[in-house]
Design a protein around this ligand. Structure first.
Ligand code: ADP
Ligand code: ADP
Ligand code: ZN
Length: 216
């Protein structure tokens, strides 16, 4: 089963993608995570992407389309994949369609996660992740069971993203509304689009997504 999670920064795409990945054996493909990986490793691509990401703008279509094209050829996506943060504009969506056609793959569902702007800002301002295993947390909404210790791997080191500050968040939301939100209509025309209420708590959002997947 191949899915897209479509939603603004902070909507809960990464959180839900990891839960579905675990439950259904699908592979999460987050272009944001891959780009941050390239930045951390100091690759040529990472060097190009860093300043753009810090400003909250979109990295070039060529870069992200080639990352995804390569990724879809790896054996670990055979059972299916969850695209998280890609596509982000019309050109990327069209490139994805061509890519899937070429590889004989199809999309089973595009799940739009709707969350109010003020809630997004609060989610992003409180977001942090385990430095070792990448498990996501939130200062208020998703605390580790034992303060300061990762539930999954026991690490005591956590990181916050450079672009998760209030100024950049507002710019990212604007870019989302202008460039990414129109994809709701794009996928609406193909009959694979489903909406979930992303304002609900994490477990309730998972339930809504499971409902959709059960029907797709
Ligand atoms: P995205 O990948 O869409 O940018 P994340 O999954 O990283 O979003 O979620 C953003 C932040 O909000 C994280 O700190 C996460 O723990 C928290 N979060 C995710 N889903 C919910 C939810 N349904 N309710 C409250 N907080 C949430
Ligand atoms: P979020 O969903 O929380 O906004 P992501 O981790 O998906 O964050 O993306 C972080 C940043 O990485 C984006 O602001 C952008 O600079 C870059 N990025 C990620 N995915 C794409 C993409 N598909 N196209 C262009 N830039 C991207
Ligand atoms: Zn951890």
């Amino acid at each position: 089963m191949n899915l897209i999670l479509l939603g603004p920064p902070g909507a809960g795409k990464g959180t839900q993608a990891k839960l579905i990945e675990e439950k259904r054996g699908l592979k999460q493909l987050s272009t944001g995570d891959m780009l941050r990986g390239a930045v951390a490793q100091g690759t040529e691509m990472g060097k190009k992407a860093k300043a753009v990401m810090d400003r909250g703008e979109l990295v070039s279509d060529d870069i992200v389309v080639s990352i995804i094209a390569e990724r879809l050829d790896k054996p670990d996506v055979k059972k299916g994949f969850i695209l998280d943060g890609f596509p982000r504009n019309q050109a990327q969506a069209e490139a994805l369609d061509r890519m899937l056609d070429d590889k004989g793959l199809k999309l089973d569902a595009v799940i739009e996660m709707k969350v109010d702007d003020e809630a997004l800002v609060e989610r992003i301002a409180g977001r942090y992740t385990c430095a070792k295993c990448g498990k996501g947390y939130h200062d208020r909404f998703e605390k580790p069971k034992k303060a300061g210790v990762c539930d999954v791997c026991g690490s005591t080191e956590f990181v916050r993203r450079a672009d998760d500050n209030e100024k950049t968040v507002r710019d990212r939301l604007q870019i989302y509304n202008k460039q990414t939100a129109p994809l709701v209509d794009y996928y609406g025309r193909t009959g694979v689009l489903h909406k979930v209420n992303g304002m609900a708590d994490i477990a309730q959002v998972t339930r809504q997504i499971e409902d959709v997947l059960g029907r797709s």
